[in-house]
Design a protein around this ligand. Structure first.
Ligand SMILES: Nc1ncnc2c1ncn2[C@@H]1O[C@H](COP(=O)(O)OP(=O)(O)O)[C@@H](O)[C@H]1O
Ligand SMILES: O=c1ccn([C@@H]2O[C@H](COP(=O)(O)O)[C@@H](O)[C@H]2O)c(=O)[nH]1
Length: 208
């Protein structure tokens, strides 16, 4: 059987990861852990080994050009052909790909989550269902502040500066317009029980 690709997109810190992990955890009991997997678009940020840390800090990580979407598309095709892939690992503290990658075997259900998934027509056309997590931007900013300081080695000043210079403007220019391509728009993100049950039912229907 070919894998089913479910795309989950939305603003940074809108709750994409939480929604993906919740669906994964609840479905793995029913379909088996080896039949379902998650791929993060962030794993496909371009390698920046050739840049100094000072230069990496200037990269616009919210622009589509920051991602190697071509590699993600090739990986989707490899999974469709039932071949394993080597998913790059991204290190947010280093603003770069880590040396190691993680091998992923083909699965029946693959959830792909990230901010700019639907901005790429080649990714869009390969997704069986697309979801846009629609969380108010002020809530996203508060969550991002807390998460980036606790988990991604940032300071409050750096989060606010990046938010004003790239995160918000790029959301308005590139992320929000992709809402038109979503099959389902989910308010309240990863804790929206109605949406979670509907998505699980949709995935089971696609599998059947
Ligand atoms: N509905 C929610 N209520 C409260 N906190 C949430 C909710 N959704 C996500 N979070 C928290 O907000 C932060 C960002 O969520 P995350 O799922 O990582 O966002 P994204 O993957 O869209 O960047 C995390 O710390 C997460 O636990
Ligand atoms: O080196 C980096 C790479 C990415 N970012 C920021 O991450 C978010 C996307 O991740 P989410 O988990 O969806 O929040 C994006 O908005 C980038 O600004 C970064 O700061 N540094």
């Amino acid at each position: 059987m070919s894998p089913i690709f479910i795309g989950i997109t939305g603003a940074s810190a809108s709750g994409k990861s939480l929604l993906s992990v919740t669906i994964y955890d609840e479905l793995k009991e029913e379909v088996g852990a080896h039949h379902i997997g998650i791929i993060k678009e962030d794993s496909y940020y371009k390698d920046q080994t050739h840049l100094s840390m000072e230069e990496r800090l200037k990269t616009n990580y919210d622009h589509p050009s920051a991602f190697d979407h071509g590699l993600l598309v090739r990986h989707m095709d490899q999974l469709k052909e039932k071949r394993a892939i080597d998913v790059p690992v991204y290190d947010y503290k280093e603003h770069n790909r880590a040396k190691d990658s993680i091998s992923m075997e083909p699965r029946r259900v693959i959830i792909i989550e990230g901010i700019l998934l639907l901005s790429d027509k080649n990714i869009r056309s390969r997704l069986d269902t697309s979801i846009f997590v629609d969380t108010p931007l002020d809530i996203c900013l508060l969550r991002r502040l807390q998460r980036d300081i606790e988990e991604r080695g940032r300071t409050m000043e750096s989060v606010i500066k990046q938010y004003k210079s790239t995160v918000r403007p790029m959301f308005l220019e590139f992320v929000e317009p992709t809402k038109q391509y979503a099959d389902i728009i989910v308010p309240k993100g990863g804790k929206n029980r109605v949406a979670i049950e509907m998505l699980k039912a949709r995935i089971k229907q696609l599998l059947a």
